[in-house]
Design a binder for this molecule. Sequence first.
Ligand SMILES: [Zn+2]
Length: 338
Amino acid sequence: MTKSSTLNENAIRPDHLMARSFELLEEDTQRLMQDKDEFVSVTCPACGHVEASSYGTKRGMTFLECHQCETVYGSPRPKPERLAQYYREATYYAYWNKYIYPSSEEARRERIVKPRVERILGFVEQHGIPKRRMIEVGAGTGLFCEMMKQSGSFEEIVAIEPTPSSADSCEKRGLEVLRQPIETVPADKGNAQLIVSFEVLEHLFSPKTYLEHCIRLLAPGGMLVVTCPSAKGFDVSLLRTVADTVTPEHLNLFNPKSLKLLFESNNLEVIELLTPGRLDADIVRKKTMAGKFSLESHPFLKKVLIDEWEQLGEKIQNFLAENLLSSHMWIVARKPSI
Ligand SMILES: [Zn+2]
């Protein structure tokens, strides 16, 4: 929010590298959308409801909004095998693994991953979860698993990461890596007291199937922690298809109510739901200042986000985060003890 946190933001997403990464993302999604004829229509990924209104289109992907739970979802969407091919071949992720993650690792460690580790260990302590085996699904370059390992809290830490370049990076950190999608991980690799998954759920063809596999790998009474964007958060609600969060890659944009519904309908007990985001107000401000969004018909927000930003920016963001109004969502749930 302040000048110094803007500088920190640049340390995490360096401007000179981000522009190129966005070009690659655009090219990748264009290639994906060329196969649109083979996409399949789906019902609401949270509640299964059939009826939905049009939400808008982004780079050729049609988004719908469920009449029952207001989840925003891409439909028709690529079949699971086409999605797997997309992530295998995407130049955007290869670019991040080669340039952005290595150059921003120290800033990420401090600003993103350390608070994540602390928050999760807080949940683990608070709910008396035994610290035996932890699995991260979609471990990426393995930074979170490495910092969990350094914390000395869990006896065993396992990274599930099917993307070869990311799995290599996990291995270089000395982590145990399962180089396969969660669907094919055998049950004897499970029995985890804690499973975590950051920013994965929104990318999947079937979040329900994914949760079923997480549950399969959890020990009875085990804890599942998932983060994903909320379509009801401040920046997405305002910007809608102008938001970077609304992209053909993000097929499922839940909200606090619908995410809870999805978890509970899979027989998980939801124990925490929070939106500790830090960036919503700044995202809308930046889109406005770049001329991509107008606050002319929102004079109140213009006052808060532009005219009196230095005095009010951080306060409005804190308000959003504390009232389930940020677009960055966390859910913590438990598998029944039998
Ligand atoms: Zn729904």
